[in-house]
Ligand binder design. Structure first.
Ligand code: AMP
Length: 194
């Protein structure tokens, strides 16, 4: 199978070629058509399976059309390292095209993050605690979110972030598309997914 048959559009196909991605991994092959149709997705996948591109590619495909400078996709992930990794993956795959991302996480000054938020990035990659802080300060506007990704949900549960995730959900439009990725499916993650 090739990325062309997954309906990934031309500028993104070019980035994939440059990155040396010749064919989709199994999670990409299964997830991308579902996400491109606008459906919700519950994905069981570990790091190393290509799961980041499984959600980043259809997000880029979708955001290439429609309004710019509005935060339209939110990716919530448990650690600062993962947030940076996802942000870097987006930068590589979105090279030369419009959707841009920024990462927000704690443990560093919030000032540059607040300044960047005011400029309007289409994709926000965020750790739950700092995102909630910025929402409380009125700095992060999630009212235009079309796609939410909850990444490494089981790890977020282990780290005690599920109440934060539930609090974030209250700030998102009800009609959004939701993708949830988890390496394992403990009952608490099943309950969250439901
Ligand atoms: P992830 O599971 O998202 O952390 O991805 C693991 C690694 O696989 C990353 O270094 C990606 O750049 C790489 N990767 C993702 N998708 C593909 C693909 N279709 N072909 C080759 N490498 C890939």
């Amino acid at each position: 199978m090739h990325f062309e048959s997954l309906n990934i559009i031309e500028p993104i196909l070019r980035s994939l070629k440059e990155e040396g991605y010749t064919s989709p991994t199994p999670i990409q092959e299964q997830a991308i058509p579902i996400v491109l149709k606008g459906n919700d997705l519950l994905g069981c996948a570990q790091t190393g399976t290509g799961k980041t591109a499984a959600f980043v590619l259809p997000i880029l495909n979708r955001l290439l059309v429609g309004p710019e400078n509005l935060t339209r996709a939110l990716i919530v992930t448990p650690t600062r390292e993962l947030a940076e990794q996802i942000h870097q993956a987006i930068q590589i795959l979105a090279e030369g095209i419009r959707p841009r991302s920024m990462a927000i996480y704690g443990g560093v000054s919030s000032k540059p993050q607040i300044q960047a938020l005011s400029k309007g990035f289409e994709i926000l990659v965020a750790c739950p605690g700092r995102l909630l802080d910025l929402i409380a300060q009125g700095r992060a506007n999630l009212s235009n979110i079309e796609i939410l990704v909850i990444d490494e949900a089981d790890r977020m549960f282990d780290m005690g972030f599920l109440p934060d995730i539930r609090a974030i959900l209250k700030h998102l439009p009800a009609g959004r598309q939701t993708l949830l990725f988890s390496a394992t499916m403990p009952p608490q993650i099943n309950a969250l997914a439901s």
